[in-house]
Write a protein that binds this ligand. Structure first.
Ligand code: ZN
Ligand code: ZN
Length: 156
């Protein structure tokens, strides 16, 4: 007796690989660019490709398959700490203070650039010789010359 078994089956072939930003892992990962094809099989042996079913990008870390457009995704930009941008922050301190930037924002920017909080305050304090005032609404503090709160637009 001869049983002829026809069927179809899906095969994945790797058509490329590289590094991409995986939205699931939220990190740079290795990927395989795969193509799925359906094959007509006889006795489970693939015979004839039945056409492309689609291409996808498979993350090698989490195994999730994405549309190929995922390769266009860029990793979110992380603020980079460099001596240059820390120097720029320090140089613009007096200007930013006198134009109404809250002391707390300057501390935040400088700690983000790698300074510890006390070091940041030590750099700001010499520019507050005329005094420091605090917004009674939101609690942010300013150089004495500042008259309006940047956050709540109330007079300080
Ligand atoms: Zn992943
Ligand atoms: Zn305020």
């Amino acid at each position: 007796m001869l049983f002829i078994i026809f069927g179809t089956r899906v095969r994945h072939s790797v058509i490329g690989e590289g590094q991409f930003y995986c939205p699931k892992c939220q990190a740079k990962r290795a990927y395989k660019h795969k193509r799925a094809s359906r094959y007509f099989t006889l006795y489970f042996v693939p015979l004839i490709p039945m056409g492309k079913m689609g291409e996808f990008i498979e993350c090698q870390a989490c195994g999730i398959a994405f549309e190929t457009s995922v390769l266009q995704l860029k990793a979110p930009v992380q603020p980079r700490v460099t001596p240059a941008n820390l120097a720029a922050l320090i140089n613009t301190l007096p200007t930013r203070l006198s134009t109404g930037t809250p002391v707390e924002y300057l501390v935040r920017d400088m700690t983000a650039a790698g300074l510890d909080r006390q070091a940041a305050l030590d750099l700001i304090t010499p520019h507050l010789t005329a005094g420091r005032k605090t917004c009674s609404t939101c609690g942010l503090s300013y150089a004495a010359a500042v008259s309006t709160c940047a956050e709540c637009h109330q007079p300080v």
